[in-house]
Design a protein around this ligand. Structure first.
Ligand code: MN3
Length: 246
């Protein structure tokens, strides 16, 4: 607090107090800290709560996997981001925009952990409980677009599953909208299709985590089984919302 008070004193002398007050009211304390020569914020990123219980995706994804995935893996990306403030990252923009600014010059720590945080935050919302194993398929405008681009949902499923199963090592499989078309694409590690480093860039509509940590406890080396079961819990209402968003 003393440092901050000193800063206000100095800022006041420089006629910056009005700006500083505005920044504080906007909760952009990190900008203030940067101006004061302090480190960037310790808690700029937070772990979002899951929109369902850890066991809610049973029997397709087990409780222990969900708990470790959320509280250990996702939390670790959040922690690392907060421990590694970067002067090259614009903290004032939303996380999707931060991702869009990721290029080959961005430090791998920021790229990997920001990607990890953004991808998982999205992934949780793109899953939904289906304890009775009811039939699950795309809805509304997105269903129409999938039929138009892939001929049928069954054909889309086949192509998406094939791409996902073939990812070498850790990565993600995506459905994106690019130039008005739906495209299936993959990224390595924690990259995503918002980033300039991605092979195919576009608006994210659906996401599937293909890291072993997402399925190994229940499925071991049987990645294809994890993918086949995932179709039961893909949240197509959320996907349509993303598809229709600007
Ligand atoms: Mn993961």
């Amino acid at each position: 607090m003393t440092d901050r008070r000193d800063f206000f004193k100095k800022a006041g002398l420089l006629g910056l107090s009005a700006i500083a007050t505005k920044l504080v009211s906007n909760e952009k304390l990190h900008v203030l800290d940067e101006l004061a020569g302090q480190s960037l914020p310790k808690a700029a990123f937070t772990l979002p709560a899951l929109p369902y219980a850890y066991n809610a995706l049973e029997p397709f994804i087990d409780e222990q996997t969900m708990m470790i995935h959320h509280t250990k893996h996702h939390q670790a990306y959040v922690n690392k981001l907060n421990e590694t403030p970067s002067t090259n990252l614009d903290y004032s923009v939303d996380d999707a925009t931060k991702c869009r600014n990721i290029d080959q010059y961005t430090s791998s720590v920021i790229r990997n952990n920001l990607g990890g945080h953004v991808n998982h935050s999205l992934f949780w919302t793109l899953l939904k409980p289906n304890p009775l194993s009811k039939p699950n398929a795309p809805v509304g405008k997105l269903a129409e677009a999938i039929n138009k681009n892939f001929n049928s949902f069954e054909e889309f499923k086949k192509q998406f599953s094939e791409k996902a199963v073939k990812i070498f090592g850790s990565g993600w499989c995506w459905l994106i909208e690019k130039d008005g078309k739906l495209v299936i694409t993959t990224t390595p590690n924690q990259d995503n299709p918002l980033m300039k480093v991605a092979e195919q860039r576009g608006k994210i509509v659906m996401a599937l985590d293909i890291w072993e940590h997402a399925y190994y406890l229940k499925y071991q080396n049987k990645r294809a089984d994890y993918i086949a079961n995932w179709w039961n819990i893909a949240n197509w209402n959320k996907a349509e919302e993303l598809f229709l968003s600007k």
